[in-house]
Design a protein around this ligand. Structure first.
Ligand code: NDP
Length: 515
């Protein structure tokens, strides 16, 4: 019997022992920086001349590691190894496959602070954010392992005295996981092990900004007993091997999380039947967001202020679920902005190794430049309340930035900025609040702060997002508690960490046995 699933608790760093543990992990990882990492194809370590260099975004002269870079030939080799591995892995019992995940969860839990420390360095996550990322990765392992056990015997269907009917789920084959840098442990691990535990084999192409943390997870899977070739680690350029693998006639599915631009192009490319391909590729495509918090006239402004500041500026706004728009009732609008401004100006912005840091850097120079460009656009479209500057001399730091009086159709209200920028606009009643909230191409997360139950119930039905929250922020979904995925141009709504997730990577088979 497997114990019931509960999520991994978050670490309380005000407890002396916990603080000491993460500080030791940070010191340990500091001593590991600058190493070189190979590809892992069919269990073999392969070193290439061509490298991806991973830098510390809080100190861009510091190299986190160099990682070998796969080209199309190596991607092809990985495809062959994954096909070979599929023949045996798909025949492992579901229990045996689930056990690899359970063991990987136990190992990750033991190395949790080390993983968090890698994220502090490789992508600039402050302690709390890194800890939540590690916890979510462990949750995905625990959750999808249990989900495999739930589906291992298929589903109940009817039989008759003359026949026995069976309905079972089969894995598909080789799939490609393409993951983003912003949840470099959790999403990378979750989108890999979900299809993997279902019996598929995986070509894992991590984001080029976070290959080292991915390599560390490969070590965990190997130690947990994953056979060679089940997950193949092939970092490389998205436009080179990413396209090659998406279009490959043997690729059965693509599990993608990232931007709308890349996600929609993968969706289109995967739909085209290639010579030699005799199936339709499945795609799970999770993309960006332009997420709104509604503050109603009857909303608690203390709750609203905390919700907005945390959701807009946690991990420098670099979450698909980050709050980048606030629509507030005109009667509370100015007071709310004053409160959010005051709280924002208290935030500590510094290198994420330090305990006191609330907000670290943004991920890289091109992101820094893009965010600063959007801030300039914002200055022409709305009124700057606070922030509005950045400094990239040492790391890529952007001040948390608030605009007010933005037109709902302004670019800063419509386009995903993916940085610490939030824009406010006002409305006169609940209908208008919800209309403005829905007025984007995206439909990922949203929140409403209100003590009016009638308005909350209206939002339940009319606020069109995949993850809707009442009286809290719009980030921080927990595996198995708030299954995650968006509507509209936010993606295919596969609901990571939710019921039936692994079924996206399986095909059901009916067998009728006539007596
Ligand atoms: P990108 O779309 O730039 O990259 C995502 C992944 O796709 C990376 O591994 C990237 O590789 C790869 N890639 C790039 N081009 C191609 C291609 N032509 N073919 C195949 N793969 C390709 O997104 P980011 O990494 O910048 O992540 C941020 C985005 O992710 C935001 O839009 C955010 O909202 C979204 N996101 C969505 C989530 C959700 O659940 N809905 C959760 C988290 C993030 P490389 O790094 O080498 O370019």
């Amino acid at each position: 019997m497997v114990v019931p699933y509960t999520h991994e608790p978050f670490t309380d760093f005000t407890v002396k022992e916990n603080k000491q543990a993460i500080e030791e992990a940070i010191q340990y990882v500091k001593g590991q920086l600058g190493k070189d990492y190979p590809l892992i194809i069919g269990g073999e370590r392969i070193t290439t001349e061509d490298k991806i260099t991973s830098y510390n975004p809080a100190n861009h002269s510091e190299i986190i590691g160099t990682v070998s870079k796969a080209n199309q030939d190596l991607a092809e080799q990985a495809m062959e190894k994954a096909q070979e591995a599929f023949k045996t892995w798909s025949r492992w019992t579901p229990e045996a496959r689930a056990n690899v995940l359970f063991r990987a969860a136990a190992i990750s839990r033991r190395r949790k602070h080390e993983f968090s420390a890698w994220m502090v360095y490789e992508i600039g996550k402050p302690w709390k954010e890194a800890d939540a990322d590690s916890a979510e990765a462990i949750d995905f392992l625990e959750f999808y392992a249990r989900q495999m056990l739930e589906y291992k015997d298929g589903a109940e269907i009817n039989s008759r005295p003359i026949e026995h009917n069976a309905f079972t789920y089969l894995p598909l084959g080789v799939g490609v996981t393409v993951s983003p840098w912003n949840l470099p442990f959790a999403i990378m691990a979750g989108t890999t092990v979900g299809p993997m535990v279902a019996g598929n084999t995986i070509l894992l192409k991590p984001a080029s900004l976070t290959p080292v943390i991915t390599y560390k997870f490969m070590e965990v899977l190997e130690e947990a007993g994953m056979p060679k070739g089940v997950v193949n680690f092939i970092p490389g350029s998205g436009s080179d091997i990413g396209d090659y693998l998406v279009e490959h006639p043997k690729t059965r599915f693509i599990n993608f999380t990232g931007s709308k631009e890349v996600g929609t192009s993968i969706y289109e490319k995967a739909a085209k039947i290639q010579p030699g391909q005799n199936f339709l590729k499945k795609t799970a495509i999770e993309m960006g967001g332009k997420d709104t918090i509604i503050v109603d006239r009857e909303g608690n402004l203390d709750i609203a202020t905390d919700a907005i500041v945390q959701s807009a500026f946690g991990f420098s706004g670099q979450k698909c679920s980050a709050c980048s728009r606030v629509v507030a009732h005109a009667d509370v609008y100015e007071e709310l902005i004053e409160r959010v401004k005051a709280k924002t100006e208290e935030l500590t912005i510094d290198a994420p190794q330090h305990a006191s840091t609330y907000m670290g850097p943004v991920c890289e120079e091109s992101a820094f430049d893009k965010i600063l460009e959007y801030i300039e656009i914002g200055k022409s479209e709305a009124t700057l309340v606070t922030g509005g500057t950045g400094d990239k001399s040492e790391g890529y730091f952007v001040k948390p930035t608030i605009f007010k009086d933005a037109d709902p159709n302004a670019r800063i209200m419509q386009e995903e900025i993916f940085g610490p920028v939030v824009a406010f606009t006002k409305a006169n009643d609940i209908d208008e609040l919800i209309d403005i909230a829905n007025n984007t191409d995206y439909g990922l997360t949203g929140a409403i702060i209100s003590d009016n139950r009638d308005h909350l119930e209206k939002a339940r039905h009319e606020f069109h997002v995949g993850n809707l929250y009442f009286n809290r922020g719009c980030t921080a979904a927990i595996v198995g508690y708030q299954p995650f995925g968006g509507f509209k141009m936010s993606g295919t709504d596969t609901k990571a960490g939710g019921p039936g997730y692994i079924l996206h990577f399986m095909e059901p088979k009916t067998v009728c046995d006539q007596f």
